[in-house]
Design a protein around this ligand. Structure first.
Ligand SMILES: Cc1cc2nc3c(=O)[nH]c(=O)nc-3n(C[C@H](O)[C@H](O)[C@H](O)COP(=O)(O)O)c2cc1C
Length: 200
C-alpha cells in the first residue's frame, strides 16, 4: 500500500494523476487531502463549477476505468486512521504536491495532521517518504527545510519538467513529474519516454 497525500500547494492534479496511475496498476492507495488542498482542487481542477466532496467522486468524474475499490480515503484530522500508526505496514508515503507549510511541519516533526503524522511514521519506521515540494521562488527558509528533508532521508522530486521530452501540454508536464515519482517507487509506467530509451 502506498499513502498519497495532497497538501495545499498549487498542482493537486499531480497527486490525482499519481493516484490514478497506482490504482490502474492494481496498487492499494490510502489517500489524504488537506483542507487547503480541497479548495485548490476546486479552484484549479473543478474550476469552481462543482465542489469537491471526495477523491472517489473526482476520479469517477475524470473517467477512471477501474480499481477504485483499492482506494481508501482518510480525513487529514483522523489520527485513528490505520496509517497514523507504524503497525500499518504501508510501503511508502508520497506528499504530492507538498506545500511549504507541510514541508516545514514534516522536517520539524510537527505531526499535527494525518499527513504530517504519517510522514513522521514513515521516517521513524525507515520507510520511503517522497515529497514534491511546490513553491516558486524559494526563500532561504524553504531551501533550508528542503535540505533538512534530504538529510532526514526524504526523497525530493521538485515539480520541474525536463524539456528534453518536448512537452506539448500541461498534461505532459504533470505526467513527467508523476513518472519521476513512479521511477523512485520502482513502478513501470509509460508516462514519458526516458532519455536512455530514446534512439538517437
Ligand atoms: C490557489 C492557492 C495556491 C497555493 N499554492 C501554494 C504553493 O504552491 N505552495 C505553497 O507552499 N503554498 C501554497 N498555497 C498556500 C497554502 O495552501 C497554505 O500555506 C496552507 O496553509 C497549506 O496547508 P496544508 O499544507 O496543510 O495543506 C496556495 C494557496 C492557494 C489558495
Amino acid at each position: 500500500m502506498i499513502v498519497v497525500a495532497i497538501s495545499g500547494a498549487s498542482g493537486p492534479i499531480m497527486g490525482v494523476r499519481l493516484i490514478e496511475e497506482l490504482l490502474n496498476s492494481g496498487e492499494k492507495v490510502a489517500a489524504i487531502v488537506s483542507q487547503p488542498a480541497r479548495q485548490i482542487i476546486e479552484y484549479e481542477i473543478l474550476r469552481e463549477k462543482i465542489s469537491f466532496s471526495s477523491l472517489k467522486e473526482l476520479l469517477l468524474k475524470r473517467g477512471l476505468a477501474g480499481n477504485y475499490d483499492l482506494l481508501r480515503e482518510f480525513k487529514n484530522n483522523d489520527f485513528f486512521a490505520p496509517v497514523a500508526s507504524g503497525s500499518t505496514r504501508f510501503e511508502a508515503m508520497v506528499v504530492i504536491p507538498c506545500s511549504m507549510k507541510t514541508l516545514s511541519a514534516i522536517v520539524h516533526g510537527y505531526a499535527d495532521s494525518l499527513i504530517t503524522r504519517t510522514c513522521d511514521v514513515a521516517l521513524k519506521e525507515k520507510r520511503r517518504c517522497i515529497i514534491v515540494p511546490r513553491e516558486t521562488p524559494l526563500s532561504v527558509i524553504h531551501t533550508e527545510n528542503i535540505h533538512k528533508a534530504a538529510l532526514a532521508g526524504i526523497e525530493i522530486v521538485p515539480p520541474v519538467p525536463g524539456f528534453y521530452t518536448r512537452p506539448e501540454s500541461v498534461d505532459d508536464v504533470v505526467n513527467f513529474v508523476v513518472g519521476k515519482v513512479l521511477n523512485l517507487l520502482g513502478r513501470e509506467h509509460d508516462l514519458f519516454e526516458s532519455w536512455g530509451k530514446k534512439k538517437i
